[in-house]
Design a protein around this ligand. Sequence first.
Ligand code: GSH
Length: 344
Amino acid sequence: MTPLKLVGGYGSPYSRKMRAVLRFRRIPFTWIMRGSPDDVGIPDVPVALIPVLVFPGEDGRADEAMIDSTFQIRRLEKMFSERSIIPTDPAIAFLDALLEDYADEWLTKPMFHYRWKYAADIHKASHVLALDRNPLMSPETLKKMSDYIAERQIERLRVVGSNDATTPVIEASYRRLLGLLESHLVAGNRFLMGARPGASDFGLFGQLSQLAHFDPKPAGIAAAENPRVVSWVSHLDDLSSLEVENAPWPSRQDAAAALRPFLIEVGRVHAPFLISNARALRSRASEVRCEIDGLPWVQQPFPYQGKCLKWLREAREALSAPDRKFVDAALESTGAETIFTAQI
Ligand SMILES: N[C@@H](CCC(=O)N[C@@H](CS)C(=O)NCC(=O)O)C(=O)O
């Protein structure tokens, strides 16, 4: 089989997520660093985002490229059946998708915030991300490019809602997540989805590959307080040797119990954001203004995350009545149920 191509960046959480998925799934692929001398001949995609996954065209047709890690994962599930990362029980798959959304759409806030707020973090990211394109770059080009990257990304802190008002909420949510994952591992759960990894595990890994392993401030916090999580991230990066034949997906009871602390965290931070964001988009407000974790939250509306709420609602609606009953019971009193019940 002609290998797929994954075009991304070392410093991009979603690129790292997809590279780990392809490695775990043992799907042949080549990794191409975006902007490097190897990044040639990749078909255009509708929005200039990474990672780009390139599928070889059939019968000599042009290669096909797509973006968006969540949909890339689902497309791969249709193409390859071995070593699936979507739980077979639709109700557990729904919880996995909800936690993947939290990882992709909430944890990106701490990830972007820490990277572009503090001087040492800005210095490391702006230089290393520039050099990732070409480590042989001249010092003059490096200076120009690192200045450009830092300026552009700091300006975009507003996109994820990182500002003085939201800093305590964002930073406390990162520390809590580290603690939750630590407790989950101490309790003997190798992954969010139990004995084998689901899409949510790879979503979590993507963001933590940066937070816990790259950016100095959040990596320092993880190393000092939750070194077990630092090691978990190393493992997730390449699970190609993990055999899954004897690793069943969790039972409904086990999943509901083990995931409850994470669902409470979703209810604490992600749910109020998704709801207020969707309301702001609906009323065409210029700002999302709400309270998260008891503190004020202000940011500009984020259209993509309006779609995320819609997709999550559609996924719940698509469940059979008994599956929905289980899911609703699992979400009850976590706060996460408001994603599905709040009036938008
Ligand atoms: N929902 C998308 C998000 C992808 C995304 O935001 N990628 C970032 C890098 S991690 C990007 O390409 N940003 C545009 C840029 O840096 O120019 C996914 O899951 O793949």
